[in-house]
Design a protein around this ligand. Structure first.
Ligand code: NOJ
Ligand code: NOJ
Ligand code: CA
Length: 719
């Protein structure tokens, strides 16, 4: 605890010095300041909307140093369940030799770098080559290289305009349960070399010890074990502190973003408390894996994406594009309906992360009706759609493999001449240069079951895409409207997929023939004087004193102001496309942030930034003996923004009631992120899906939250 306080003091000192250094030259002394960072700069680790991410299974990309390869049964390049030797030195080489920079990608997402088990998991006959079987989150996986190799990778990436995202799995350690099997490492957790606990000798409640997840409910998925993986109990204060300290260590190496594994399987309140502690020190981009096999709206997933403080991998988009182009069991009309629906279901669609395949699902090329041309078309749509595109390593080489581990095989080649490689290399720069690609809203312009023509607009910038998935039938696109100004436009893909010149007059395109299997992209990049327009605010939650980034266009080169109500924020960096500021000391609540340029033009954020009351702690609230009618659930509402400020629409829940070791009906519980060391007042309510509310009677419950660890409090429901 002393260590933590000391660290906080040092941090405040650093923040003070940093703020002083950033502000004095520009506003104090009247000398010319260096330009603020742009949204497209590698230094913008908060927002990835201008980026294209390349997802690498580190072990399977490139072996840059054979001396770190495991020996014995862990290593076998003919077995996709064993280590193959790929490492950080290999990724560094592929940046330096131009493969990754030539592809145009501007971020890499690498396997979890933490130390994993070094034995074979007998239930899978597999080694931990994938990084999802952690043992010590404070140490590196030596088969991926040394600490120096990791630092070199980060430096090399940054020097080449590439951000680094690490995978991170706080949900579990390694497999510890499968029938009568004996697991050599027993799910053990270490802290920088010292044993914390093993799964079968867990006297402190470091792990949850429920049956396996059966996916019957969100609750079941959180507190049960994911196919035998030792399920960390994040609500235990040792685990909470461990995971906060561990991620801090990795971010201190200069990591720009985190892909959080299995977010559907951890308490959302704990995750918000963890993110809040991250954001107090690091203005980085975080996105979570909420697995979904569907294209439908999922209210819990959307609640998570909109309220937790992190983005999600957009499985709905992936499933839709795979169905429309890979298996052809959805039409292009249905694909567009999903695109339209996600744009309104997510508060910030451009901050969600899109993909067409990954290590957990079939390679796109292996889908039933797929061919290399379907992969090409999928990339054209993905790269020009809302959301941050992620390219799964090898799919630009048309890798195949229907399921784990064959969809994680070695890179088949590093050819720079595949059509997919060419498409990505032509479209990735557009995401940097055309704000319509990074932040635009989508409008359909011509559609049938095979063809989708759409444009994205932001300010006056436009990105116009046409795709015909049919392999036999061409179509004349006639009468399509557009926001493109009058003129002629050449295909950004340089006609490699059959495109040509587009002619526009009076807001309509001239009739255009889109042959079978053809696609094309045209654009107009507006003058930066148009605007201002806000793209994203990153992140969307935080406390006074945190640094936050606004990206968009038309902010002007001279600093203007950022206001929370009547209070102005301190600006630490300002450019035409990116503003960094410090959250002012305003009362907690939701704010429409107003940006005003130096010439007096204003724009306000539509998404609403949530100022939290104070640093957060995770608390388990238990509500006993609350009997409900069919359709009703228990929620909590109270006197702080974290508890909805007495607004029953923003009440927290629905509470859970089916975990035997915690609470079962008529008892309920929920894990919530609350302000630390604060006396809060609240009531439980019964609420149905139409929003009808029955309030608890009696006076408010009063609870003072812990200052620096997790908490638990239990109350009877007052009828
Ligand atoms: C999701 C990951 O993407 C998957 O590959 C992994 O096996 C599970 N989470 C468990 O970590
Ligand atoms: C702000 C734009 O105004 C909105 O239309 C768009 O959907 C989002 N940015 C995307 O993040
Ligand atoms: Ca190696």
């Amino acid at each position: 605890m002393i260590k933590t306080n000391f660290k906080k003091i040092i941090l405040w000192l650093c923040l003070f010095v940093f703020t002083a250094v950033m502000i004095l030259p520009s506003f104090g002394c009247g000398t010319d300041s260096a330009e603020g960072i742009a949204d497209s700069d590698v230094a913008n680790s908060a927002s990835f909307s201008t980026d294209t991410i390349y997802q690498i299974v580190t072990d399977r990309f490139f072996d840059g140093d054979t001396s770190n390869n495991p020996t014995g049964e862990l290593y076998d390049t003919t077995d996709n369940r064993k280590y193959h030797g790929g490492d950080w030195a290999g990724i560094t080489k592929k940046i330096n030799d131009g493969y990754l920079t030539g592809l145009g990608i501007t971020a890499i997402w690498i396997s979890s770098p933490v130390e994993n088990i070094t034995s074979i998991d007998p239930s899978n006959n597999s080694a931990a080559y994938h990084g999802y079987w952690a043992k010590d989150y404070f140490r590196i996986n030596e088969y991926f290289g040394s600490v120096d190799d990791f630092k070199t990778l980060i430096e090399t990436a940054h020097a080449n305009g590439i951000k680094v995202v690490i995978d991170f799995a706080p949900n579990h350690t390694s497999t510890a349960e499968y029938g009568d099997m004996v697991f050599p490492e027993d799910g053990a957790l270490y802290r920088d070399g010292e044993l914390v606990v093993t799964y079968s000798n867990d006297t402190e409640g470091i792990f949850n010890h429920e049956e396996w997840v059966n996916d019957s409910s969100w609750e079941n998925g959180i507190y049960h074990s994911l196919y035998g993986l030792a399920d960390l109990n994040q609500m235990n204060s040792t685990v909470d502190e461990y995971l906060k300290d561990a991620i801090d260590l990795w971010l201190d190496y200069g990591v720009d973003g985190i892909r959080v594994d299995a977010v559907k399987h951890m308490p959302m309140g704990w995750q918000t408390n963890w993110l809040s502690s991250i954001y107090e020190e690091h203005n980085v981009f975080v996105f979570g894996e909420w697995y979904s096999g569907s294209t439908d709206s999922d209210s819990q997933m959307e609640y998570f994406a909109n309220e937790s403080g992190m983005s999600v991998l957009d499985y709905r988009f992936a499933n839709a594009i795979r169905s429309a182009l890979g298996t052809q069991d959805m039409t292009m009309r249905q694909l567009y309906s999903v695109i339209e629906a996600t744009e309104s279901d997510y508060n910030e669609i451009c901050d969600q992360v899109t993909f067409i395949d990954n290590h957990d699902i079939s390679r796109f090329m292996t889908l039933s009706s797929s061919s290399s041309s379907s992969v090409d078309m999928a990339y054209v749509i993905q790269m020009t759609s809302s959301g941050i595109p992620t390219i799964y390593y090898g799919s630009e080489q048309y890798s195949t493999g229907s399921s784990d581990p064959d969809n994680r095989a070695d890179m088949p080649s590093f050819s720079t001449s595949t059509t997919a490689y060419q498409i990505i290399s032509k479209l990735a720069p557009i995401r940097k240069n055309n704000p319509a690609a990074a932040y635009g809203t989508t409008t359909e312009r011509w559609i049938n079951s095979d063809v989708l023509v759409y444009e994205r607009t932001f300010g006056n910038s436009v990105l116009y895409t046409a795709v015909n998935r049919s392999s036999t039938q061409g179509y004349s696109i006639t009468g399509a409207l557009t926001a493109l100004p009058d003129g002629s436009y050449g295909d950004i893909l340089e006609n490699i997929c059959g495109g040509g010149t587009l002619t526009v007059s009076d807001g309509a395109i001239s009739s255009y023939y889109l042959g079978a299997g053809q696609c094309a992209v045209w654009q107009y990049v507006a003058n930066s004087e148009d605007g201002p327009e806000i793209g994203n605010i990153d992140p969307l939650i935080g406390i006074a004193g945190n640094t936050v980034t606004i990206t968009g266009c038309g902010f002007g080169s001279a600093a203007g102001s950022v206001n929370f109500g009547t209070t102005a924020a301190t600006i630490s960096s300002w450019s035409d496309s990116c503003i960094k500021f410090v959250v002012p000391d305003v009362s907690a609540g939701y704010y429409s942030i107003v940006v005003t340029t130096s010439s007096g033009d204003s724009v306000s954020d539509y998404a609403q930034y949530k100022v939290l009351t104070a640093s957060q702690v995770a608390v388990r609230l238990i509500c006993q003996e609350a009997y409900t009618e069919y359709g009703q659930n228990i929620y909590v509402v109270g006197n702080c923004v974290e508890l909805g400020n007495w607004d029953t629409d923003k009440a927290v829940g629905a509470f859970f009631n089916a975990t035997s070791s915690i609470a079962e009906y008529p008892n309920w519980f929920f894990d919530i992120s609350l302000p630390a060391g604060t006396e809060i007042e609240f009531k439980f309510i019964k609420k149905d899906s139409d929003g009808n509310v029955v309030w608890e009677s009696g006076s408010n419950h009063v609870y003072t939250t812990p200052t620096n660890s997790t908490g638990e409090a239990s109350y009877y429901f007052y009828n």
